[in-house]
Design a protein around this ligand. Structure first.
Ligand code: PGA
Length: 251
């Protein structure tokens, strides 16, 4: 049985005081409830250390939204895996569609980042997904497969146990247009079968595949009840403790 993982991608929201407020509110809601899922928050870099201090004593885990693949050096504006580790980070979102589109990240670059994250003891949340145009052209499967094959190039079966895949159709991110549970399940099962082909049935069976793209309290339960949907990567709805907690409860 795969344990579900609900992660909140804060994107470029929340300064230090807002970080403390949101995490405190979330902690109060979770309180001592026994959850059926793991919970991760991914604040901006500037909030990581504060977030790490604030989640202490709770079940909430910490992730980041990006990193660079070099250890250190003249890379103005970039952050390394070991810097993230030193803030208390356990996870790192890599290959988010906003990184791919706005910052022109390629599958090859994302692959380098995944390898560096793994070598540094960070667990990647590896994002993939097709654009609206690609879906309309009927090439969703092809696009997602290319992203998986190239993004995971030379990653060992052992390391696959440390990776979370997040399927996020680009047309559903921040648009309020969620993939239907059937649409999402279809692609999740394509991804799991591909992992079985590339690695083994066992690796595929253990892989957590999150869905992301306008996950809200009112659609979370239906999405999360699909056999191959093992959690959610939540954007907009994770910025309020109420709605994020409702999604956690749905899991
Ligand atoms: P959204 O974002 O929930 O606001 O659609 C999801 C994501 O980008 O991870």
């Amino acid at each position: 049985m795969r344990r579900k993982i609900i992660a909140g991608n804060w994107k470029m929201f929340n300064n230090l005081s807002e970080t403390v407020k949101l995490i405190d509110e979330l902690k109060a809601k979770i309180n001592n409830e026994a959850l059926n899922c793991d919970v991760i928050v991914c604040p901006p870099f500037t909030s990581l250390e504060t977030a790490d201090r604030t989640i202490k004593g709770s079940v909430i885990k910490l992730g980041s939204q990006n990193m660079y693949f070099e250890e250190n050096g003249a890379y103005t504006g970039e952050i390394s895996a070991s810097m993230l580790k030193s803030t208390g980070c356990e996870f790192v979102i890599l290959g988010h569609s906003e990184r791919r589109t706005i910052f022109k990240e390629s599958n090859e670059l994302i692959n380098k980042k995944i390898k560096k994250a793994l070598a540094s003891g960070l667990k990647p949340i590896f994002c993939i997904g097709e654009t609206l145009q690609e879906r309309e052209e009927g090439i969703t499967e092809k696009v997602v497969k290319t992203q998986v094959v190239n993004g995971l190039k030379d990653i060992s079966a052992d390391d696959m146990g440390k990776i979370i895949v997040a399927y996020e159709p680009v047309w559903a991110i921040g648009t309020g247009k969620t993939a239907t549970p059937d649409q999402a399940q279809e692609v999740h099962s394509v991804i799991r079968n591909l992992i079985a082909e590339l690695y083994s049935k066992e690796v595929a069976g253990n892989l957590v595949i999150q869905y992301g793209g306008s996950v809200k309290p009112d659609n979370a339960a239906q999405l999360l009840s699909q056999p191959d949907i093992d959690g959610a990567l939540v954007g907009g709805a994770c910025l309020k403790a109420d709605s994020f907690f409702a999604i956690i409860k749905a899991a």
